[in-house]
Write a protein that binds this ligand. Structure first.
Ligand code: ATP
Length: 347
């Protein structure tokens, strides 16, 4: 059992507060991704769990044990970082064996574990090579194999695929997901790549300015963003937002259209819809097409609605030209409403 509990963790660097009161529980064997823009505090939080940095306040628990006063080696974790330290003068075998030798593990056990993890990562044919003779992707696999060979309860990864080209990233992503599911390890994975996050995670913690804005499954984060930030950060292109004013009786005026919405006495709301959840229809928002991008599988149309940009992902069979007037209907069950004051979603 290696549940991870992060309780009330905050971190300041001098006067700068990098993390604000973080509370997060990662279940045993769960794959948790920390996702957010550069500087939001992902790496700092991971380093605190690893023991490479100390929290200013708060506690870290791993497997029911409080660990924030323990050095990294006593926390039952293994790490893979962006700049993975694979030693070029050692063979692949000795690189994978590195941590096991440090622990003075018997030779036959070292061999068993190295061979097992090398097979998992499809590098068993490379064991005798020097790591200096490997490609970036192969070196990356060695780094992951070395972490898995420790048979850790917890594996912590910080942008481990960022040095790879796009195709290799895609391949490694799928492999990593399979391997970690098989190895029953609890994982925390840091990335700023939303596609990587969506594809790997059991749950994603979306971070913004040192806070976790939402921790939920990939589909929840996509479909039901808890805050405007999540809607604008997740999804490519991001959600469309339009200011809505009350039209009485649970109805809202959105760019001249009357749309059913929540019953609340707030003076204004933010109407939000994903570009994928919009269809041309008889009734809907009046939009002027500005830029039409045929992307193969679909047509991305950037329009003007009420003087502001509004994007729609439409069927690629449609003919739309810049200057055309479109009537676009948002799919009713996909509309989200946010409070403009708090930027949080309404229930
Ligand atoms: P990236 O994706 O760019 O790595 P991140 O989300 O991992 O970003 P962190 O590295 O956790 O961000 O940094 C969070 C904030 O804390 C940043 O504003 C960073 O400048 C600041 N910070 C990090 N380490 C230190 C430090 N040692 N001293 C001062 N400020 C720091």
């Amino acid at each position: 059992m290696a549940e991870i509990r992060i309780k009330n963790v905050a971190k300041t660097f001098g006067a700068y507060q990098a993390l604000h009161d973080i509370n997060l529980t990662i279940a045993d064997q769960e794959f948790m991704v920390l996702l957010g823009a550069s500087g939001c505090g992902k790496t700092t939080l991971l380093r605190i769990v690893a023991g490479l940095a100390t929290a200013s306040t708060g506690e870290v628990w791993i497997g029911g044990r409080r660990v924030d006063h323990l050095p990294p080696k006593d926390r039952g974790i293994a790490m893979v970082f962006q700049n993975y330290a694979v030693f070029p003068h050692l063979t692949v075998f000795e690189n994978i064996a590195f941590g096991l030798r440090m622990k003075k593990m018997p030779n036959d056990e070292v061999t068993r574990r190295v061979e097992r993890t090398a097979t998992l990562m499809h590098i068993e044919q490379l064991l005798k090579r020097y790591s200096g003779e490997l490609s970036g992707g192969q070196r990356q696999r060695v780094a992951v194999a070395r972490a898995l060979a420790m048979e850790p309860d917890v594996i912590l990864m910080d942008e481990p695929l960022s040095n790879l080209d796009a195709l290799l990233r895609l391949e490694m992503r799928a492999e990593l997901k399979g391997v970690l599911a098989d190895s029953k390890t609890t994982a925390i994975y840091v990335t700023h790549d939303q596609v990587e996050a969506m594809s790997l995670a059991d749950r994603i913690s979306v971070m913004h300015q040192g806070k976790i804005v939402q921790a939920a499954t990939p589909i929840e984060v996509y479909r039901s963003p808890a805050a405007e930030f999540v809607g604008s950060f997740i999804g490519n292109p991001p959600m469309n937002f339009i200011k809505a004013t009350p039209a009485g009786d649970g109805k809202w005026r959105v760019a001249g259209e009357i749309i059913d919405g929540p019953r609340t006495d707030r003076p204004a709301l933010q109407f939000a819809i994903r570009p994928e959840d919009i269809r041309p229809a008889e009734h809907g928002l009046t939009a002027t097409a500005k830029v039409v991008e045929p992307l193969g599988a679909h047509l991305l149309v950037t329009c003007d609605v009420d003087g502001r940009p509004f994007r729609a992902v439409l069927d690629s069979d449609l003919t739309v030209r810049p200057g055309d007037t479109l009537t676009l209907a948002p799919q009713a069950d996909r509309i989200r409403w946010f409070d403009p004051e708090t930027t949080l979603a309404l229930a």
